[in-house]
Design a protein around this ligand. Structure first.
Ligand code: PRX
Length: 652
């Protein structure tokens, strides 16, 4: 198949971190020939160690790999303190509020704030090394400050995305056994205040005895319930603290944070990341993939509640000494030119967002980019879901002016940082293709036994050697860690990390990600476990059975489609009411991000005689595809036709 290839812009390539495919291959060969030597030399060079490490990689307890054992460091020191000698007056964080408020924190000011906050956590709330702190925060500098303050004193943060409900927050607090919750009264979205603290109040109303205090940042000044003896005002307390705080020396493998993510079964998993390996790769990918230069201004539009916000708003940029933008608002407010206006105003050099946002901005503001000067841009990034060629083209032509590299970065919460991505100065890009593994990452498309899949055929996207920023375990559930990631694929007889994604390699060795192979759906670049949504829907007393699948959606990539079997036959009027009730339950159990796009009521689900729901049939029906699966093994083969006609009639 003929496909357009976009060569790197020679003007940028000549000064890029990795300048050519020859350089890329040389690095990759170096890694393959001497894996430990490769990683060991970067770790030595990039990290400001308090104590040097003894070993690079310990595989003796695989898959519980250990990197840089014997070494001691502190991630907040790596991200802030070590820069003070050369960058103290450089902007570290530029905050832009929803309402256009601006605030710039230099590295010196960031050090000051982080130290005071770290002291407050320590002195006022008794937080010490290893304690868990849950952050339920809007996109304000105090979110990053609190993360770094935890890192400074060795506490493990667990940021919960502000769109999650009280129930979801409670589950995560309990699982992590958090001692402290840091939140804000609320924040602003589309010009209006919204609230967070009431959600924390509700979450803590039962089962969270582990939480000793709630520390509340004032952002929107709206009235909130205050529980004396439990709730404390961040802005008041922090004033009394010293701006000097010794960084606690951390072992390389000490956990830096937990971040809960959805799996195909059961409750969300607390993905545990390490200190040294994580920060090393966060920093290196920042330098390689975004081709960061000293005077650059970098903007990632994610929320700190997701891994992209952790690695590419906070840790990666700051470890690399960059200027990172934190944006509280949404890309379409006050209009669909907001992002481009910001690019012009801050002279942004790297812009990193999700395909969903690109599709939305394309659809709602096709001509907006023309109104602004976007010439500062050098690298454009996408993350979280496949980007379709139409969105890619618009991004490339209209935003990048045909001169920027688009880095389609493929990675996961579990991988800590980018795994497969073009390098802006080196990789000839095929649109909508993640291209090649980054140097040092041994990513392969294989079958269950580890054989490479033939060109053009789908296989399993695996990372066949451990890498420094990989997930260390699932918090409190090491067995689930092994089963979730090392249970499906082997290479040379040894279990290897399986991402859960399918992928394909073409004749030029380019890798294209084809999507999840499990029951995880990707809504606007957010991972959603169908099991979680189903568990919420099942809480409705009238629901007998439910199956949730992903449905292609023009903006969100995938939408949530639920097939529901009711306990009793209901009339259509009641169904409309039921849909409302079911969505209310989802909002309460998970949050608005998991609301169903479509709900259809069906007489039964296609089940095998042993009771297993044949989801592939349900997926095919939603996509209006021909049913190729064998339906003769179903308990009631006629159900397929019945469901098909119900779904068709809904489409009319
Ligand atoms: O299915 C892949 C998809 O997003 C999943 C990871 O989701 P999460 O852990 O929430 O992290 C999102 C941000 C890194 C993957 O298993 N995904 C991520 N990036 C891409 C992608 N699918 C296609 N292309 C990508 N660039």
């Amino acid at each position: 198949m003929l496909q357009e290839i976009y060569q790197p812009n020679p003007q940028y390539a000549s000064t890029a971190a990795i300048k050519s495919m020859d350089e890329y291959h040389a690095l990759m060969n170096k890694a393959k020939e001497d894996y430990e030597g490769f990683w060991g030399s970067y770790a030595k060079e990039k990290i400001d160690w308090f104590k040097p490490f003894d070993t690079v990689l310990n595989e003796s307890e695989a898959p519980f790999y250990k990197w840089f054992e014997g070494g001691q460091l502190n991630v907040a020191h790596q991200c802030i303190d070590r820069h003070l000698a050369t960058r103290k007056n450089k902007a570290a964080i530029i905050f832009e509020g929803d309402n256009g408020d601006q605030k710039i924190l230099t590295y010196r000011e960031l050090a000051y704030e982080v130290n005071r906050t770290a002291n407050m956590f320590k002195n006022q709330f008794g937080i010490t090394k290893g304690d868990r702190v849950v952050l339920y925060m809007p996109m304000i500098p105090e979110a990053a400050i609190s993360m770094l303050a935890c890192a400074k004193i060795g506490a493990i943060h667990s940021v919960v995305f502000g769109g999650f409900s009280a129930e979801a927050l409670r589950d995560r607090i309990i699982d992590a056994q958090a001692k402290l919750v840091v939140t804000a009264d609320g924040a602003y979205r589309k010009g209006n205040p919204y609230m967070l603290k009431p959600v924390v109040d509700e979450a803590l109303s039962s089962g969270c005895e582990c939480v000793k205090a709630v520390c509340v940042v004032e952002r929107n000044g709206e009235e909130i319930h205050w529980e004396a003896g439990r709730d404390y005002a961040y802005n008041e307390l922090v004033k009394n603290e010293s701006s000097k705080c010794e960084a606690v020396p951390m072992e390389s493998e000490d956990p830096l944070f937990l971040l809960y993510t959805s799996g195909s079964t059961g409750k969300p998993k607390g993905v545990q990341h390490s200190s040294a390996g994580y920060i090393l790769w966060a920093q290196m990918t920042m330098e390689w993939v975004f081709d960061l230069k000293e005077n650059d201004t970098y903007w990632c539009t994610a929320d700190v509640g997701w891994i992209t916000g952790h690695t590419y708003i906070v840790y990666g940029p700051l470890a690399a000494g960059a200027t990172t933008i934190m944006f509280e608002g949404v890309p379409t407010f006050p209009d669909a030119g907001r992002c481009w206006k910001m690019v012009e105003e801050y002279q942004i050099n790297q812009f990193y967002t999700a395909p969903t946002a690109i599709r939305l901005l394309h659809k709602t503001g096709e001509h907006e980019p023309k109104k602004y000067d976007l010439s500062s841009l050098r690298v454009l990034g996408t993350v979280g879901e496949p980007i379709d060629p139409a969105a890619w083209k618009w991004y490339y032509e209209e935003i990048g002016g045909g001169k920027c590299a688009i880095v389609d970065t493929y990675w996961q919460t579990e991988t800590g940082g980018h795994m497969i991505s073009p390098l802006p100065g080196a990789t000839p890009i095929k649109p909508a293709c993640a291209t090649f593994p980054l140097p040092g990452i041994i990513a392969e498309v294989i079958d269950e036994e580890g054989h490479p899949t033939p060109v053009g055929e789908k296989g399993f996207m695996c990372i066949t050697r451990p890498w420094p920023s990989m997930i260390r375990t699932i918090w409190g559930d090491p067995e689930r860690f092994v089963k979730s990631y090392f249970g499906d694929c082997k290479k040379d007889g040894k279990p290897v990390y399986f991402t859960g994604d399918g992928a394909m390699v073409d004749e030029d060795n380019y890798i294209t990600i084809t999507g999840r192979t499990d029951d995880v759906i990707n809504v606007s670049g957010h991972r959603m476990g169908t099991a979680e949504v189903e568990a919420a829907i099942k809480k409705h007393p009238n629901v007998a059975a439910v199956a949730v699948v992903g449905k292609p959606h023009p903006i969100k990539g995938e939408g949530i489609f639920a097939y529901i079997v009711l306990k009793a036959e209901d009339t259509l009027a009641e169904e409309i009411e039921l849909i409302k009730e079911i969505n209310n339950i989802i909002k309460k159990e998970i949050g608005a991000i998991a609301l169903c796009d479509d709900i259809v009521f069906v007489p039964d689900l296609p089940k095998t005689r042993s009771g297993k729901i044949m989801r592939r049939i349900l997926r095919s029906i939603v996509k209006n595809e021909e049913i190729t699966q064998d339906t003769s093994t179903l308990e009631d083969p006629s159900i397929v036709g019945k469901i098909e006609s119900i779904v068709k009639s809904c489409r009319l």
